[in-house]
Design a protein around this ligand. Structure first.
Ligand code: ADP
Ligand code: MG
Length: 680
């Protein structure tokens, strides 16, 4: 085990690697660059690039690439080899500072929501100096990956990283400003921290090859209930099968090699569903690392004969996959601002609650996707109404919150409430509140856990929006404090007023219940049920104002994001509809027609015939709908695809699932849920 642990970070160009390879002065200047205090000089960039190249080529790297997070896909990359001609038939390995820092790519074909047209194709990828380059190995060598942001010629964000970096800057300034005003002048920097839990399914590769729906859409478009489901949660934390454990061990090993601190692994609730969580880190690094986790998951699964499904809802009737984003703020003096022991805990808690109450629709938009639509509100996933869970104890305290409140019960658990137990050996205090699995935005002891993001969502987007909304509120608090003579009195009245006004967003009960839906409506909290509705909030005046005031996104960028994400939604929905039609024609009807003549009993034969007629009929209706929307404007298309076609697809699914239950396995050659979920 010790040897395996030794490989940690071997394939990442970490700070200690740089320190060893460049003069002390260069290293120190680079640290200042990372903090945004100075710009990287050309000379230093060249020295660092040479150090990275020497390190990487020793590890068999032949290529480097600028790796970025475009608007509509998870990541993108373009490779260049280190080779440059040198003399007649000779070549050398070359990698300059400018190769490292800045790449130029004709990226006009990347969906950008109209920010750039083909004749203005210039786009730049710029190294995020806080995220270390790393190496990915392949059979014949290796590639150096440089984490970058993607920026247009005019400086607009074409990706998810740049707004995240801007939001980190915003929250750094706003939180430091407030702390300084409150008397904590030793604090110079505040960083957002992020810990990402990633859920996924594994299925056999041979099954995947036979499910065109999973191949094209990431999920099953049909499939009946299995005789056994997840009812008793038999899979959750269950014994991990050897084959799966081999895969997980391999995954941890590969992740550790590139410096990703994979920590927790276990079976999840649904059959064949699993989770991997890393140790939290600075938000931009944690976001990059989650992309590495997803890419490595997909790649390694194949080596083990599996396919990893990252889709939010690959199967009906069982849990979908989320990506819990654990978020907090840390000071450079080593304090977690959401630790109840922190002297300013109540101030930051109030600001977070207020921020969510005022801007929850944009939190909802940020995690909206075609795939997450199928998950929210389903089995054990949070509902699509956003609320904040504080737990009953903290909610009580919140009502008359004061700056000076440090509460033993919150910090150490309730001493007078012991956990009931049957053994006498252990004696543990009960936590001050139980967990609430249904809450979309839950306070979990010393951080917030945003549970709505789906398994394919980008943590860069998620933490960007949390940073941005809280910054706005923190700055407003500071504005008021700046003109105040009595800081303590003013902050106490600020939080008191804020808590009174915004505690409607706090809900500690069951987020699934019908009662909550009614109650939320009374409180004026919107139920934003699908991506089409959610994305509209990118165009909302107040939300744009909030982003602009923090310099996180400007109006043009908000509008372009709206278009790019809505276009992606339309594309995904159309692919789902077209795949369904394709599978009906190529497979389902074929199975049915083969089976019908073999049925001995006329009654049964007629029943199957009737169902196959339904199928033909609905399929035609769906095809007609697609034809009709072909010509219309993309917004209207998105609206129709979020409503009418969904109803039709549900009808089709019912018929197919019925046929699947009746037609013998020898005719039904597409793997069923029983095979997909219960064999590995
Ligand atoms: P659970 O399943 O109980 O929610 P996990 O251990 O699976 O907990 O995940 C918790 C995640 O929260 C981990 O990634 C952990 O590193 C992260 N985390 C812990 N403290 C913080 C913090 N201060 N800021 C951000 N993330 C944190
Ligand atoms: Mg969790």
């Amino acid at each position: 085990m010790e040897n395996i642990m030794k490989i940690f970070g071997e394939n990442a160009f970490t700070e200690s690697n740089l320190k060893k390879r460049v003069p002390k002065k260069v290293f120190e200047e680079f640290k200042k660059v990372q903090k945004g205090e100075i710009e990287l000089t050309k000379e230093n960039a060249d020295l660092i690039a040479t150090a990275i190249k020497d390190w990487a080529t020793k590890r068999n790297a032949t290529h480097f690439c600028h790796w970025f997070q475009p608007l509509t896909e998870l990541t993108a990359e373009k490779h260049d080899s280190f080779i440059e001609p040198h003399g007649d038939k000779d070549f050398i390995y070359r990698f300059s500072g400018s190769n490292l820092i800045k790449g130029e790519s004709d990226a006009s074909s990347f969906p950008n929501g109209g920010l750039r047209s083909t004749f203005e194709a210039r786009g730049y990828t710029v190294w995020d100096t806080n995220s270390p380059p790393f190496i990915k190995e392949n059979e014949l060598g290796a590639t150096l990956y440089i984490p970058t942001s993607f920026i247009s010629y005019n400086g607009e964000a074409l990706d998810k990283k740049l707004p995240l970096l801007r939001s980190m800057d915003a929250v750094n300034k706003s939180a430091t400003r407030l702390l300084n005003l409150l008397g904590y002048t030793e604090v110079k920097n505040v960083i957002p921290t992020l810990g990402v839990e990633q859920e996924y399914f594994l299925i056999k590769k041979e099954h995947f090859d036979k499910r065109i729906d999973i191949m094209f859409t990431g999920r099953t478009l049909f499939g009946g209930k299995t005789p056994k489901n997840q009812e008793s949660s038999f899979h959750y934390y269950g014994k991990i099968k050897d084959k799966v454990l081999n895969f997980m061990a391999n995954l941890d090993y590969e992740l550790w090699k590139v410096g990703v601190s994979a920590k927790t692994r276990h079976n999840e609730v649904a059959p064949n569903q699993f989770e991997i969580a890393s140790i939290f880190d600075v938000a931009n690094l944690a976001a990059d690392q989650n992309h590495i986790v997803m890419e490595t998951l997909e790649k390694l699964a194949l080596k083990h004969g599996f396919v990893a499904l990252l889709h939010e809802k690959p199967f009906s009737y069982v849990n979908g996959s989320g990506k819990h984003n654990n978020w907090s703020l840390a000071t450079d003096t080593g304090e977690n601002l959401f630790d109840p022991k922190s002297p300013t805990f109540m101030v930051f808690l109030s600001a977070m609650v207020e921020a969510v109450d005022r801007y929850y629709p944009i939190l909802r938009s940020m995690i909206a996707s075609c795939s997450n639509d199928y998950r929210l509100g389903g089995h054990e996933a949070p509902p699509s109404i956003i609320s904040v869970f504080l737990g009953s104890h903290l909610t009580d305290k919140f009502k008359d919150a004061k700056l000076s409140l440090v509460d033993d019960k919150i910090v150490y658990g309730s001493k007078d409430k012991k956990i009931k137990k049957n053994v006498t050996m252990i004696n543990i205090n009960q936590d001050f509140d139980d967990r609430n699995r249904t809450s979309p935005f839950a306070f979990t002891g010393n951080k917030f856990e945003f549970r709505m993001p789906g398994s394919t969502s980008s943590p860069a987007n998620t933490s960007m929006v949390i940073n941005a909304i809280i910054s706005t509120v923190l700055n407003e608090y500071s504005d008021k404090l700046e003109s105040s003579k009595n800081i303590e009195k003013t902050i106490n009245s600020i939080i008191k007023e804020s808590n009174k006004k915004h505690s409607r967003i706090i809900f500690n009960g069951d987020g699934y219940s019908k009662l909550w839906h009614e109650e939320a409506e009374k409180r004026g909290l919107k139920n934003i049920s699908n991506t089409y509705e959610a994305l509209q909030f990118y165009l909302d005046k107040d939300i744009i104002k909030m982003f602009e005031s923090n310099n996180v996104l400007n109006k043009v960028e908000c509008h372009s994001r709206y278009k790019a994400f809505l276009n992606r939604y339309v594309d995904n929905r159309l692919t789902e509809c077209n795949t369904l039609i394709y599978m009906i024609d190529k497979y389902i009807l074929n199975f049915t027609y083969k089976y019908i003549p073999t049925i001995l009993f006329e009654e049964e034969q007629n029943e199957i015939k009737t169902y196959s007629n339904y199928l033909l009929h609905y399929k035609k209706e769906l095809a007609q709908l697609l034809q009709q929307i072909n010509e219309i404007d993309f917004e209207e298309k998105a609206r129709l695809l979020s409503k009418d076609s969904i109803i039709l697809e549900a009808k089709i699914r019912k018929v197919i699932d019925y046929l699947e239950s009746k037609i013998p396995a020898e005719y039904w050659t597409i793997p069923t849920y029983t095979e997909l979920l219960f064999t590995l």
